[in-house]
Design a protein around this ligand. Structure first.
Ligand SMILES: *Cc1c(COP(=O)(O)O)cnc(C)c1O
Length: 238
């Protein structure tokens, strides 16, 4: 895609988000756009930055680190990177160095490692807990109880450098709008329940909504949509 096409896509998507906010009586600007640049080039990211985008999401730490090193060399505008794919333990250090948030925490086991590297770098990081809400997706916490057990660690202040910012999910890949909506409702209700149980934790964010379903996600309370295809076109995945 050309730089102009990418700029047009951003303008279109931002307008769609504003419209969806209005349609569901939500404040303008209450939904943040995370631009998912996985499998797209540093050049595509630079085009997005020129179009005013600052927040990017990447699945794979290795790919993200290389790409955003190139981006930083070619642009002096600030950007933020969120890791949105399942995190391997041996990638935690690199992830902590490169990202301001990890949206795909699916087990408590990752947290002591994240805390350790944040402490070394004197850096705070945000995490989102991924909940498994749709049959097709493989990742995420399977049960609320496991998630709540993880949150107890935050209540006991085991991770002073980590902010538990919210929850994330992927809806099932289906045309069945009812199933998609159910998935988003489950995430919202789990977030609300978690906030009731753990009032000292922020847990504000609901990261939900991708290219095919972000309007539904915004209707159901999404605070962050993660869009790739709508912004950068189709990916060539290996
Ligand atoms: C790839 C990906 C997205 C973006 O998907 P699109 O359908 O291209 O918008 C969002 N979230 C996660 C976790 C992804 O892996």
């Amino acid at each position: 895609m050309t730089k102009e096409q990418i700029a047009q896509n951003f303008a279109f998507v931002r307008e769609q988000i504003r419209e969806a906010e209005r349609a569901s009586n939500r404040a303008e600007g209450s939904v943040t756009l995370c631009a998912v640049s996985k499998f797209h080039s540093a050049q595509a990211v630079l085009s997005a930055i020129s179009a005013g985008q600052t927040l990017f999401g990447e699945n794979r730490v290795q790919e993200a680190v290389g790409k955003f090193k190139d981006v930083a060399l070619q642009s002096d505008k600030p950007f933020e990177l969120h890791i949105i794919g399942t995190l391997q333990k041996n990638k935690v250090k690199k992830a902590v160095e490169a990202a301001t948030a990890i949206q795909s925490i699916d087990r408590a086991e990752l947290l002591p490692q994240i805390e350790k590297y944040c402490a070394v770098l004197s850096k705070r990081i945000k995490v989102f807990f991924e909940l498994h809400t749709g049959e097709e997706s493989k990742s995420g916490y399977r049960s609320r109880d496991d998630l709540f057990l993880t949150l107890e660690g935050f209540e006991r202040q085991l991770y002073p450098h980590i902010t538990p910012a919210g929850l994330m999910t992927m809806a099932p890949f289906t045309d069945n709008e009812g199933l998609i909506r159910k998935s988003f409702i489950e995430l919202r209700e789990t977030r609300d329940e978690a906030r009731k149980r753990f009032p000292s934790l922020p847990l504000n964010e609901l990261s939900m909504g991708m290219t095919s379903d972000y309007r539904i996600a915004i209707e159901e309370g999404s605070t962050m949509v993660r869009l790739g295809t709508a912004l950068f076109g189709p990916r060539e995945e290996p």
